[in-house]
Write a protein that binds this ligand. Structure first.
Ligand code: NAI
Ligand code: 15L
Length: 284
């Protein structure tokens, strides 16, 4: 089946790390982009792009920005483990505004979801795209909410979504965990393009990682439907990162790493069967 016809794309979170990369890379590939963020764009704008400063919690502004767009690349919001009150306006209310706008515009949403929707799966498991959501933080919970919002809008209104469960997307991995789930910027760009172009995606989940030999956690997803396969690999970093592990046993036990350990307060069972209370490091 042919790829979808093109209309402008709205990119939220355009001033952030991934947003800045996508703005430059997609503009260079000839996409027509509208960029938005609550922060000012911190560099020269890529050629032929328009930037508007707006808060995701401002529904009228998001509605205006989305008018006439064929897809919304939703990368804006809180991107770290933060307290509930900080997460709700951008990530929960903001996601609601994105989906309301997508429905009005009959636009597809490409959602920057996160591996942290499933962070409390143990590292000994292999999980696929229908494994239970096990968020590891209010941040992961907000992404799980956005994924379920996507499902609601698909079932009820036929708004299409591609839910990108991104691993660690950065210029390079930095430790043993990110070595496993690293997504290169170039693989992210190709994934986003396929997520926009592929026909009839419905509401699809893709694990966002490159072809890393170290990765053993993630299985089946919708990449074949999208026509995407990662091309890069973290393998060249393995020699100096494979042993760079956290000293925290909770972080090492679960896929979400530090996000799981942060504020963890339930007793853990030691190998000798005794229960130990794990001190909470923060109050998130
Ligand atoms: P980032 O923090 O650099 O970018 C997020 C952007 O959202 C920032 O520019 C910020 O100003 C903007 N933003 C925050 N609150 C806003 C609001 N109320 N209204 C409008 N804009 C607001 O994060 P990064 O790394 O670029 O991540 C982008 C997206 O990808 C996020 O949604 C994040 O959750 C997701 N993601 C990123 C991963 C990574 O490894 N970088 C991994 C998994 C998911
Ligand atoms: C995420 O969801 C975060 O946005 C990013 O900052 C990284 O921490 C990433 O996950 C990760 O798990 O490495």
């Amino acid at each position: 089946m042919a790829d979808r016809p093109l209309k402008p794309l709205l990119l939220t979170g355009a001033a952030g790390a991934l947003g800045r990369h996508l703005a430059a890379a997609l503009a260079a590939k000839g996409w027509t982009l509208r960029l938005t963020d609550i922060a000012a764009f911190p560099a020269a704008l890529p050629p032929d792009t328009i930037f508007s400063q707006a808060d995701l919690a401002d529904g009228a502004a998001i509605s205006r920005l989305a008018a006439g767009c064929g897809a919304i690349l939703h990368f804006g919001g809180i991107a770290r483990d933060q307290p509930f009150d900080a997460v709700v306006p951008p990530n929960i209310i903001g996601a609601h505004h994105i989906y309301a706008a997508a429905r009005r515009e009959r636009a597809r949403v490409v959602l920057a979801s996160s591996n942290h929707v499933a962070g409390f799966h143990e590292r000994t498991e292999r999980i696929d795209d229908v494994a239970p959501l096990l968020p590891d933080s209010y941040y992961g919970l907000s992404k799980a909410y956005a994924e379920l919002l996507a499902r609601l809008y698909w079932e009820k209104h036929r708004v299409e979504s591609v839910l990108l469960r991104i691993g660690s997307c950065a210029p390079e991995p930095w430790d043993a965990r990110s070595l496993q789930i690293w997504l290169s910027y170039a693989d992210l760009t190709r994934l986003v393009e396929r997520a926009v172009l592929a026909p009839d995606v419905g509401c699809a989940v893709v694990w966002g990682s490159s072809r890393n030999a170290a990765l053993s956690w993630w299985g089946k997803d919708a990449r074949a439907k999208l026509g995407w396969e990662p091309q890069d690999s973290s393998d060249r970093f393995a020699a100096h990162l494979a042993q760079k592990r956290s000293a925290d046993p909770i972080a090492e036990r679960y896929m979400g790493g530090d996000f799981c350990a942060n504020g963890f307060s339930r007793p853990v069972v030691a190998p000798d069967g005794t229960k130990k209370k794990k001190p909470s490091r923060t109050k998130n």
